[in-house]
Design a protein around this ligand. Structure first.
Ligand code: HEC
Length: 119
C-alpha cells in the first residue's frame, strides 16, 4: 500500500508534463493546419481571378490546362505565341509533360488559344 502511494506521485508529474507537451503540439498542429488552409484558400482566390476570354474552346482550356500550373501561363505567353506557337505548346504539354488531353480537345484548345491569345 505504502509503496503504491509513493510511486503514484512519481507518475503523476511526468504524465502531466507529457500532457502539456502533447497539448502544445496539438495546438501547434491546429495552427499549422489553419495556416495551410488559409494558404490554399488564398491560392484558390487568385486562380478565380483569372478570367479567360469568352469563346469556343474556353471550357476545354479551363478543364485541361489548369491541372498542373496556373492558367495565367496562357495570358503571360500571349505576346510571344502565334498559331503555330500555341499548337506546339499544346503538343508539348501532352508529349513532354504527359497532359492527358485527347486529340479533339487539343485541336479545340489550340484554335481557341491562337484566336484569343495569339500574338
Ligand atoms: C501534365 C501537366 C500539365 C498540363 C495538364 C498542362 N501543362 Fe503547361 N506546363 C507544364 C509544365 C511542367 C510546364 C513547364 C514548367 C513550368 O513552367 O511550370 C508547363 C509550361 C507551360 C507554359 C509556359 C511555356 C513553356 O513551354 O514552358 C505554357 C504557356 C503552358 N504550359 C500552357 C499550357 C496549356 C495551354 C495547357 C492545356 C493544353 C497546359 N499547359 C497543360 C505542365 C502541364
Amino acid at each position: 500500500m505504502i509503496k503504491r502511494n509513493s510511486s503514484t506521485p512519481d507518475v503523476k508529474p511526468s504524465s502531466s508534463v507529457n500532457f502539456t507537451a502533447g497539448h502544445l503540439a496539438y495546438a501547434f498542429a491546429v495552427m499549422l493546419t489553419a495556416a495551410l488552409f488559409w494558404g490554399v484558400a488564398a491560392a484558390r482566390a487568385d486562380e478565380t481571378d483569372i478570367v479567360l476570354k469568352e469563346g469556343h474552346g474556353r471550357d476545354a482550356v479551363i478543364n485541361n490546362c489548369g491541372a498542373c500550373h496556373s492558367l495565367d501561363y496562357i495570358q503571360m505567353n500571349s505576346p510571344f505565341l502565334d498559331k503555330a506557337g500555341w499548337e506546339g505548346e499544346v503538343t508539348k504539354m501532352i508529349k513532354s509533360y504527359g497532359a492527358p488531353i485527347d486529340d479533339a480537345d487539343a485541336k479545340e484548345i489550340a484554335a481557341y488559344l491562337s484566336a484569343n491569345y495569339g500574338k
